[in-house]
Design a protein around this ligand. Sequence first.
Ligand SMILES: C[S@@+](CC[C@H](N)C(=O)[O-])C[C@H]1O[C@@H](n2cnc3c(N)ncnc32)[C@H](O)[C@@H]1O
Length: 371
Amino acid sequence: MASLLQRIAAAGKTYEGNEAGSREDLINLSRARSFWAESAMSAHIRLAVDVQLFQHLRDFGDIGLSAQTLAEKTGLDVLLLGRLIETSSFHATALSNGLSEEIYQHSISFGYDAARPSFNAFPEYFKKIGYKQPTSLTDGPFQDAHRTQLPFFDWLVATPPNLQHFGSFMAAYRAGKANWYDPGFYPVADRLIHGFDSSMSDILLVDVGGGEGHDMTLFAAQHTFHPGRIVLQDREPVIASVVETLKADSPFEAQAHDFFTTQPIKGARAYSLHSILHDWGDDDGVRILENLKPALRPGYSRVLLNEIVLSEENPTLAAASMDMMMLAHFAVRERTEADWKAILERVGLKFVKIYTYPGVAESVIEAELAS
Ligand SMILES: C[S@@+](CC[C@H](N)C(=O)[O-])C[C@H]1O[C@@H](n2cnc3c(N)ncnc32)[C@H](O)[C@@H]1O
């Protein structure tokens, strides 16, 4: 315990100095918790979402509110409230205000309603399959837990509001971390903007499977004077909901595209695939890249895989946790550098370089057409 406290104090100092990666070090160090208390804590926080507890705390600000008032606002019996939260006066904190935001409310619901049952299913599921690695996208712990044969993404679409909750979860997972297009990470100016050539295509960047456009919104804000157009691609239902809210001055266009079919935008400067291939096994990953390959202009188009590159010796908490999410929901794994190189080689793409940023789980693996 003494050594843990010393390490937390040291990490706290580097955090105060705003050092890159120090926030993640602190999160890693604070993972020591009581195993048996975890279940109750996550149930409490999920219940708090239903009764809008964090929003009521936020609305009363610094004044705070009594147990009686909070019980009335939430509809909780005052004695039950007292047991769930063992305090007699209630005030908002920076944390509770953060949790009142929609992306965290949705993320809590996604974690509890969609992900947690998949992990609860581990013991039974692995006993059933003889403690082997699952290999099917339609027959894993997730399907057992949710009594479905649908692959995870189809289930999200078929069971509202899970698709929306998942979108928020992805945004929350990334919040506060450097993005691949931020200063000090992938050199956007040198590798994409410099040398941009609109003679064959005026598209700078295509975000393949880009979800709700989180990355493209921030990319455009970070690189205000970028040349060329930016296109967000995803499946039809996702793009339909994006288009509903797309403003006339949106910095990107949206296009429905199934990445298991041939890439329709030819010769763009770059194609980014953020947390895409990790959802799929090697054969499907190869198919996705093979469908992209004919669109690439030799010596010009860059493929940017924004993915975890799993350290074999010492994976971070974020990387190891994401690997477990993959096991539970997609029957796949996060990949090491050697795994990534092997996939690129199978497709006939040339590995160029891996770019990393301190404390950020995902790296950028840059590839291009092999000459
Ligand atoms: C893990 S999310 C990543 C989203 C986004 N790139 C990000 O990093 O926030 C995977 C994305 O792949 C999309 N997707 C799944 N299957 C797809 C397909 N066949 N074609 C296109 N997009 C697909 C999902 O809708 C989802 O938006």
